[in-house]
Design a protein around this ligand. Structure first.
Ligand SMILES: Nc1ncnc2c1ncn2[C@@H]1O[C@H](COP(=O)(O)OP(=O)(O)O)[C@@H](O)[C@H]1O
Ligand SMILES: [Mg+2]
Length: 276
């Protein structure tokens, strides 16, 4: 997959207050030919809010993010980021892909710098920003490495640095840790939380892991059905900063069970449909 998180120009992040809505999705519908993926999706994400999105494979999570990113045209409804209606990729929105989306022929440094160069950022600013974000994700010393020389976890750190380097207003994460091993995944989850604490942005975080959704999200949105829609939105009232201790809180377990129950009722239903 080719990296497409670059934008023609960058805007500085505008901190418009904690209650401001940054992403507003209204009545969104998308089909691929005869396949109607979703219909009537209404979703909002506030400033500094992390909205986790879970749902069975194939329910349209990636499609939804690509519509919000402006990479895919929608069939009905609209996406508004701040006050800008999204019809093609806009400045200040960055996406992190499940399969990293790095250029294999570029080094870590050049992968991270790419979006900034495309955005016309000055050479001096690129020289300042790129090492900063490489350090932030723990890749110092690997500036000259190529993707094939790195583990999946390191490649995703690079993908994260590339997205963060444009200092986005909105981060769209598409199962960012699904392709790394379990231990690396845990490390990266807490690193992402640490980075987010330092510089909170609005984030839509798609995952198929219920635990990850509850750990990251201020809300968990459950997509279901065919065409899919938002079945339930669960507020995650766990305090921040979230750490490994969060996983041991009784409330974490309750919320995980709640999301699990919602998803599994769907899985059972699907099983019956298959067996019928
Ligand atoms: N470019 C495409 N053309 C046709 N069908 C597609 C395309 N991309 C995805 N789909 C189909 O749309 C549905 C939703 O896909 P996707 O958004 O990737 O789901 P998820 O990310 O939740 O697994 C799936 O049935 C998938 O096969
Ligand atoms: Mg997907």
């Amino acid at each position: 997959m080719v990296a497409v998180s670059t934008r023609e120009k960058l805007k500085p992040m505008v901190n418009s207050g904690n209650n401001a809505i940054r992403i507003r999705v209204r009545g969104l519908g998308k089909r691929y030919g005869a396949l109607e993926v979703f219909r009537g999706i209404d979703l909002e994400a506030g400033d500094h809010e992390i909205v986790a999105i879970v749902g069975p494979s194939g329910c349209g999570k990636t499609t939804l993010l690509r519509c919000i990113d402006g990479l895919l045209a929608v069939d009905s409804g609209e996406v508004v980021v701040d006050s800008e209606r999204v019809t093609s990729p806009i400045a200040g929105v960055a996406m992190v892909f499940q399969h990293f989306g790095l250029f294999p022929w570029k080094t870590v440094y050049d992968n991270v710098a790419y979006g900034l160069r495309m955005a016309g950022i000055s050479r001096a600013e690129i020289t300042r920003r790129v090492p900063h974000f490489i350090n932030l994700v723990g890749l110092k010393g690997f500036e000259k490495a190529f993707p094939y020389q790195m583990s999946g976890g390191m490649q995703q750190r690079c993908g994260l640095a590339r997205a963060l380097a444009i200092e986005p207003r909105v981060l769209l994460m598409d199962e960012p840790f699904a392709a790394v091993d379990a231990q690396t995944r845990e490390i990266l989850q807490f690193e992402l939380l640490r980075i987010w604490e330092q510089r909170p942005t609005t984030m839509l975080f798609v995952t198929h892991s219920i635990e990850e959704a509850v750990l990251m999200g201020d809300r968990v949105v459950v997509l279901k059905g065919r065409p899919s829609n938002i079945h339930e939105t669960i507020a995650i009232d766990l305090p921040r900063p979230r750490t490994r201790d969060t996983l041991r809180e009784p409330r974490f377990g309750e919320l995980r069970e709640r999301v699990w129950g919602t998803l599994m009722s769907e899985a059972r239903q699907a099983e019956f449909q298959l067996g019928a």
